[in-house]
Design a protein around this ligand. Sequence first.
Ligand code: FE2
Length: 84
Amino acid sequence: MHYVEYHLTREEKFMETIGYPELERHKKAHENFRKVVFDLVHHIEEGELHAFKEALAMAWGWLVGHIGKVDKKYGEYAKEKGFI
Ligand SMILES: [Fe+2]
């Protein structure tokens, strides 16, 4: 939970720094992810196996769908504008 918060907050600050035009939409996706993760962690701590399985599936989906596609777009923007 701490790493998720740390990572998403840093990413959002970076996007703010470069003036990324899709920032608000991206932040909403992060917010939805945070809510689901924090809810699942609570259930996992209660020993609910289905929550653990759901978290694994969600993490995989996030890697492929968000990091692999959505995050890539701000990287391309940053490159295009000469920030990286
Ligand atoms: Fe992101």
